[in-house]
Design a protein around this ligand. Structure first.
Ligand code: PLP
Length: 432
């Protein structure tokens, strides 16, 4: 009935998350409110981790892509689960370090790292700096030399796999702002340069083919291309690349009609492919890193809003206005992403209407969705938008000077704030 396994309805007819009544949560913390089920976050981590154990002899590491949802407590939870972290900016890196994260388990990405970011990563001995381009490699080598440190790197490679949701084509990917192309020989030149750079050690290669991917085929193809490149490096340069980072991008269930493959199946098939290819190519099995973001965080979260105005425009549509919008969830205005919504205080009733849920920002495009099945919603009702745990809080803004909602974690029937609600004084904090 509900899109995520942790949602249910109690005897009062209220929606529950992780067994906690959402209406009680709104009474305690107000709306809009992000709620995340810590148990489900942890279960998702464990399922990725155990799939590497089961199908790849544990010879790998799960790194949570923190851009999906990052705050100090989330980093602590990841640390506690024994998994690594993928960060893409000095801000995410700083958050991880403040949370006491083990820097050897951090992958630092970004297609245009600043000198400040590079220096910060080098000083903190980040385990994997994912180098995106030659000027960055040169700057990194210089900065590492100045500090007397040897930087551990991977290269971001464009494997030439264009992953769409249901099919994939092997062209076009050369046109991406991320990483080195294989076709042009630029990736091979970068490897040569890294091997001869004094303050650089090349640990491995990385690729990330996209996001919200439902097919396993493009992941297999990416692994195949990357292993072919590793074999070429071995044969032509006599250098063994020991680690292969295959990125993230595993699809999740946003709508009841979505049907993602179990993540175990992904690891099972990719692992089979890697074993077979390594045999054929005569190379050693690499240490594998995967970087799930959305698939760990998204299903664990919901956003709760209070309904304000209801506007019925005859023969056109019904607008249900909420006390949040694109400032806390910009994914509809960015990508027309779709969500399931429920009136949380009428969760056992039929979703008998089709409505447009509208935000409160001054943009006509500020919608959570159109044509959304929903129970009859009136002013004062609470709406839950489901599977908002990823790329919602992390993409939120203060557009219209709207304070950001808090994030509450639920676990064992209890709730606690992990990110406070912004105050009006927070809004003017940096104004002079
Ligand atoms: C965004 C990103 C991820 C995570 O993607 P999801 O779709 O959230 O799983 C992993 N690795 C890199 C390099 C990324 O940019």
């Amino acid at each position: 009935m509900f899109v995520s396994e942790n949602l249910s309805v109690n005897e009062k007819g209220n929606l529950t998350i992780g067994g906690v009544d959402t209406i009680n949560l709104t009474k305690e913390y107000g709306t809009p409110l992000y709620v995340m089920d810590e148990e489900l976050i942890r279960r998702n981590c464990r399922s990725f981790k155990s799939s590497i154990e089961k199908f790849y002899g544990g010879n790998g590491l799960v790194c949570y892509a923190s851009k999906a949802f990052c705050c100090t407590e989330m980093c602590r939870v990841m640390k506690d689960e024994g998994i690594g972290l993928d960060v893409v900016s000095i801000g995410e890196l700083y958050t991880a370090i403040k949370a006491g994260f083990d820097c050897d388990k951090i992958c630092f990405h970004g297609n245009n790292k600043t000198d400040e970011e590079i220096a910060f990563a080098v000083e903190n001995k980040i385990g994997h700096i994912i180098v995106d381009n030659i000027p960055e490699l040169e700057r990194l080598n210089t900065i590492a030399k100045e500090k007397g440190i040897v930087a551990k790197i991977m290269f971001r490679i464009k494997p030439g796999i264009d992953a769409h949701t249901h099919n994939f084509i092997r062209t076009g990917q050369i046109d991406s702002k991320f990483g080195f192309a294989l076709e042009t020989g630029e990736a091979f030149e970068a490897v040569k340069k890294a091997i001869s750079s004094e303050n650089i050690v090349l640990r491995g290669l990385h690729c990330h083919i996209g996001s919200q991917i439902f097919d396993i085929d493009p992941f297999e193809s990416a692994a195949e291309v990357m292993l072919g490149f590793i074999a070429k490096i071995k044969n032509e340069l006599g250098f063994e690349v020991k680690e292969l980072n295959l990125g993230g991008g595993f699809g999740i269930k946003y709508l009841n009609s979505d049907d993602p493959v179990p993540y175990e199946t992904y690891m099972e098939r990719v692992s089979e492919k890697v074993h077979k290819m390594c045999d054929e190519l005569g190379i050693n099995l690499p240490f594998i890193i995967i970087e799930p973001g959305r698939s760990i965080a998204a299903p664990a979260g919901i956003t709760l809003y209070t309904v304000g105005a209801r506007k019925e425009i005859p023969n056109i549509r019904t607008y249900i206005s909420i006390d949040g919008g694109m400032c806390d969830n910009p994914r509809y205005i960015l990508y027309q992403s779709e969500y399931e919504a429920i009136v949380a205080n009428k969760a056992s009733e039929e979703r008998s209407e089709k409505v447009t849920i509208a935000g409160k920002c001054c943009e006509s495009g500020d919608l959570i969705g159109e044509n959304m099945p929903l129970q009859h919603a009136d002013s004062g009702d609470i709406i839950a938008v489901c599977a908002t745990g990823a790329y919602n809080y992390s993409m939120s803004s203060n557009y219209n000077r709207i304070p950001k909602p808090p994030v509450v974690f639920v676990k064992n029937g209890e709730s606690r704030v992990v990110v406070k609600r912004e105050t009006l004084d927070d809004i003017i904090r940096n104004d002079l």
